[in-house]
Design a binder for this molecule. Structure first.
Ligand code: MAN
Ligand code: CA
Length: 198
């Protein structure tokens, strides 16, 4: 063998050593970047995640407790509110008082779905709508004006029937979607209280 030529096995050994060295460097780089990624600011903070989950769990527990309480007392749940459907009749003002005593108020109807929910009972109910402050200006019991886009007056209503004073809203014509009527407030009717979920 020519002594001036490098020994093949020595070359191979060098190659292996270099490759191992390179692998080590790659491994170290990978290690460092993984650690950086894991502890960088946008990685989730485990304590915060646990705190949030605990808060969510407690909130759900509270909701469930409220739900159990109201449903056991006979309230019906629909879309984030509890509804109390009366089984006796009172004037509009006495109905409202009864709701206030229950830390609720006469129902405020904000959508077609809510009106349909109430219409399904097919009853004449007082609702939280009145124009007793100013004739023709219909307001909900929370002081908000009745919106023209979400009102369900029956055809020809409100009419203050033959100029008799009809200042209180009721559900009456339940065979159709537009079922509201203005009625004399002293009449005794069933009523619905609404309590919004906290
Ligand atoms: C009754 C009352 C009125 C209503 C008319 C409709 O007289 O309920 O409020 O407008 O019926 O015919
Ligand atoms: Ca009327």
């Amino acid at each position: 063998m020519d002594k001036n030529l490098p020994d093949a096995s020595a070359t191979n050994r060098k190659l292996v050593v270099w490759s191992l060295g390179l692998l080590c460097i790659l491994q170290a780089a990978l290690n460092i970047s993984l650690r950086l990624a894991l502890y960088s600011s946008d990685a989730p903070d485990c304590d915060a995640v646990i705190r949030n989950l605990t808060e969510e769990r407690d909130q759900l527990k509270r909701k469930l407790k409220t739900f159990d309480h109201y449903t056991q007392e006979g309230w019906v749940y629909f879309r984030s509110s509890f509804y109390f459907i009366s089984s006796d009749t009172k004037s509009w003002a006495d109905s409202r008082d009864n709701c206030l005593q229950k830390v609720a108020d006469l129902v405020i109807i904000n959508s077609k779905e809510e009106n349909e929910f109430i219409r399904q009972f097919r009853r004449l109910f007082w609702i939280g709508l009145t124009d007793k402050e100013k004739e023709g200006i219909w307001k909900w019991v929370d002081g908000t004006l009745l919106s023209t886009t979400s009102s369900f007056w029956h055809r020809g209503e409100p009419n203050s029937y033959f100029s008799t004073d009809e200042d209180c809203g009721e559900t009456k014509f339940n065979e159709v979607e537009d079922n509201w009527n203005d009625e004399k407030c002293h009449w005794q009717k069933f009523w619905i209280c609404e309590k919004m979920e906290a």
